[in-house]
Design a protein around this ligand. Structure first.
Ligand code: DCP
Ligand code: MG
Length: 754
């Protein structure tokens, strides 16, 4: 258990972070020691190494804190937590749904396979796609040397001197992806693409229909492929893909045909056959009763294979028993290490230690762990209208030229616009993500009063956000290695989210019968959103009308997210009547948006003081805590783990990202400007223009966003309290704004602590 306590243990810990991550198909049985030695030797002193070192130290500190908490846990707390876990387990068991047939399809070595298809000389060579500074992927030959995605090319070259590195060509990958998606749509028109090469499908309805299909509908002709050098070859894939159960037949014209059966495995085999026929590329697939399991299954027989997990409870439990936690999507190297420090490496260990995990981790995290340990996952593939965001990002070697940066920014907006338009989505929040050459990640976002979707609309916002960043580091150049653009707050999604309440709604005086809290009107806290520093009003929004539609609200769910870090988490999100500390009956009370406790007062000054104390951390750890309420460890959703990040391609945000998204939105909506919450990547601008508070409209004498956020939060609180108290609307010109340099933790810092 390496917690960084001694230099040798920290060395070991660091080694484990830098070490080969062989959790990828095609990397089994490698000589890890040899590979790790080369990785360490060739990366020492590089920025990559320095950044990994920094992150390693942060993780070690988190583990130390966690172990300290663990040491203070009493038997009583454990048994209370155990009861809670058991109750939840039986509730979840009752709701187990094994009725759907979910498929996860993932192309094999996608970018590398596309490049090899178009240049068959690469076929037998170890090759990777990317650059000397970062690789996007590698083919299976190269994986045998330890070369993989998210590894700098210069390290890969040390591991495999003959490695051929091919530059990325996104136009090609996008075109292939579109072809693959056409096939997906025949099996599930509402399939959920996760990136250019992967998607979830629910084929239950397809199977229903397929059962009645005549053989002719399940018969597909093999065709010959001709590559761009004119060579023709039969693409009928290896027998391993087409086992003897369905031999190729001759059709009337003498061509070879393949007949597929009606069951799930046959349908998926057919899908993969059709993808391969259409694109000359292979895909792997997993078939299971839910998304979590389907994803794990698709990796089992990779490349060019598939695996079906039976839809019965015992099969699921057996499957999950020995599964290493790291194989589960959403558990990256940080969570793996934290669990490892508790002796947990497999999913069955997770189940055994749930009570402890419930005490040490946030609610989101331990619920997630419990689901995993029971083999549960989502059985409902989110449809387009339910998406939280859509994004695209690229990793590259250093890019410092302004012209290049703006042109890439536009290109990303264009990609995103195409995808948004295909799916008729429009979003209000545009986020720019930047990673600099020191691997520091920043996100900057702006929420518009109306939803946008076209390239020009997106670019109008993204370019201003980029310009702000460029100005912030000026006269130094902005030295980037990754850029991404994301759109969120989809118009359609918002319509379906009555629980996203404004802070006004949330703070409304609690009525004895508060069941209608979700209906509370979303009265805007403020009406005018000022531009973030350097942001020119985007011309993109045709119906820009800040007077009527710009609504600054802190989402209910975002507030709940803060709760998850430090307090007993409950279903606060749905109604304030669920708060654990009930007020005396008949007494009017207000619910604190920070600690979620009822404050038995209607006296606004008293209430405000309570909030201020909460914001500065004073009430944390006291005030009606039950004895199981320890200061919670981090939520796994805070972990954006590096190697899980695709360095290119569109991603629909997964469940674990949603929490983060909500946290972000909280601040996006209140300030319109936000820093990335990635652990260790949290950087702040120290230069740049003074900031103007969007609530009181006063320029704040600070460039420190933490202080500025605090000011805005306090302003919002004051304004809300005025409204709640039935006072006249705040006169922004006279209202005394909270001081910018207020000490203590600001609300956002509470959220982002850990
Ligand atoms: N990708 C990327 N950066 C990463 C990981 C992936 O740019 N850190 C890109 C390149 C991959 C594509 O996304 O080709 C798909 O990612 P996968 O994780 O599915 O990896 P591959 O398809 O390359 O390989 P596998 O056969 O393991 O699926
Ligand atoms: Mg893939």
């Amino acid at each position: 258990m390496a917690t960084g306590g001694t230099s040798s243990s920290s060395e070991e810990g660091f080694l484990s972070r830098m070490a080969l991550n062989d959790n990828k198909a095609g990397m089994e049985g490698l000589n890890r020691d040899k590979i790790n030695k080369i990785i360490m030797e060739s990366s020492k002193g590089s920025r990559f190494y320095e950044n990994e070192l920094k992150k390693e130290q942060q993780v070690n500190q988190r583990i130390e804190r966690m172990m300290l908490q663990k040491a203070h846990i009493t038997e009583q707390q454990l048994s209370k937590a155990q009861a809670q876990v058991e109750k939840m387990t039986s509730d979840l068991e009752r709701g187990r749904d094994l009725s759907r047939v979910i498929v996860h399809v993932d192309m094999d070595a996608f970018y590398a396979a596309v490049e090899t298809r178009d240049c068959p000389d690469l076929m037998d060579k170890p090759m990777a796609v990317g650059s000397m500074s970062m690789l996007s992927t590698s083919n299976y030959h190269a994986r045998k040397f330890g070369v993989r995605a998210a590894m700098p090319g210069f390290i890969a070259k040390k591991l495999c001197p003959n490695l051929v590195i091919v530059p990325t060509n996104f136009d090609k990958y996008r075109a292939v992806s579109a072809e693959v998606r056409e096939v997906f749509a025949d099996y599930d028109p509402h399939f959920l693409p996760m990136s250019l090469d992967e998607a979830y499908l629910d084929i239950s309805d397809h199977l229903e229909q397929r059962r009645g299909w005549p053989e002719a509908l399940r018969t597909h002709r093999l065709r010959l492929h001709t590559n761009n050098t004119g060579t023709t070859w039969s693409i009928s894939l290896p027998l391993s893909l087409y086992p003897s159960s369905s031999p190729c037949l001759q059709d009337a014209a003498g061509g070879e045909v393949e007949v597929f059966g009606t069951c799930a495995e046959e349908a998926v085999r057919e899908m993969r056959f059709r993808i391969e026929q259409k694109t000359s590329l292979t895909a792997s697939a997993g078939i299971a009763p839910n998304m979590m399991l389907a994803k794990v299954c698709s990796d089992k027989n990779k490349p060019n294979g598939q695996y079906k997990l039976s839809s019965n409870r015992q099969a699921v439990i057996d499957f999950i028993q020995d599964l290493p936690v790291r194989k589960v999507s959403g558990i990256g190297k940080v969570t793996e290490k934290m669990l490892g420090a508790l002796g947990i490496t497999s999913c069955s260990h997770l189940g055994q230690e749930m009570a402890l995990l419930a005490l040490l981790f946030s609610e989101t995290s331990w619920h997630h762990f419990l689901h995993i340990s029971m083999g549960l996952g989502s059985t409902h593939i989110e449809r387009d209208g339910e998406r939280k965001s859509m994004s695209t990002e690229r990793t590259f070697g250093e890019m410092s030229a302004l012209k290049e940066q703006f042109s890439l920014c536009r290109e990303l907006c264009q990609d995103l616009a195409q995808d948004l338009q295909k799916e008729a989505l429009k979003g209000k929040t545009v986020t720019l993500k930047l990673k600099n050459v020191n691997f520091e990640v920043k996100t900057r976002a702006w929420t518009l009063p109306c939803a946008v979707a076209t390239t020009e609309e997106l670019f109008a916002v993204a370019k201003d956000l980029l310009k702000t960043e460029i100005d912030n580091v000026s006269p130094q150049p902005l030295r980037l290695r990754l850029m991404g653009v994301r759109v969120s707050s989809f118009a359609s999604a918002d319509d379906k989210k009555p629980l996203q309440k404004s802070i006004v709604g949330f703070l409304h005086k609690k009525q004895t019968n508060s069941s209608s809290t979700s209906q509370i009107s979303h009265k805007p806290v403020k009406e005018h959103l000022p531009k973030p520093p350097g942001l020119t009003q985007p011309s993109a929004c045709p119906s820009l009308n800040t007077n009527t539609s710009a609504e600054t609200h802190i989402s209910m769910s975002a507030l709940t997210a803060s709760d998850k870090m430090t307090h007993e988490p409950t279903a606060h999100a749905s109604t304030s009547s669920c708060c654990s500390t009930e007020p005396e009956s008949g007494t009017d009370s207000l619910t604190c948006p920070v600690c979620f406790r009822e404050v038995n007062t209607t006296e606004l000054t008293v209430f405000n003081r309570h909030i201020d104390q909460c914001l500065s951390g004073v009430t944390m750890g006291q005030n009606n805590h039950t004895d199981t309420e320890l200061e919670r460890g981090p939520s796994v959703c805070e972990e954006e783990e590096e190697e899980d990040e695709k360095t290119g391609g569109k991603r629909e945000e997964g469940a674990m990202e949603k929490g983060r998204e909500l946290l972000s939105r909280c601040m996006l909506d209140s300030v319109g400007l936000q820093l990335d919450s990635s652990a260790g990547d949290h950087t702040e601008s120290t230069t740049g223009p003074a900031l103007t508070c969007p609530v009181c409209q006063e320029t704040q004498d600070t460039n420190d966003l933490t202080l500025f956020n605090l000011h805005v939060d306090l302003c919002l609180n004051q304004e809300v309290l005025h409204e709640l108290g039935g006072l006249a609307p705040v006169d922004r010109t006279t209202h005394t704004a909270p001081p910018a340099a207020h000490k203590g933790l600001c609300f956002r810092d509470v959220l982002f602590t850990e």
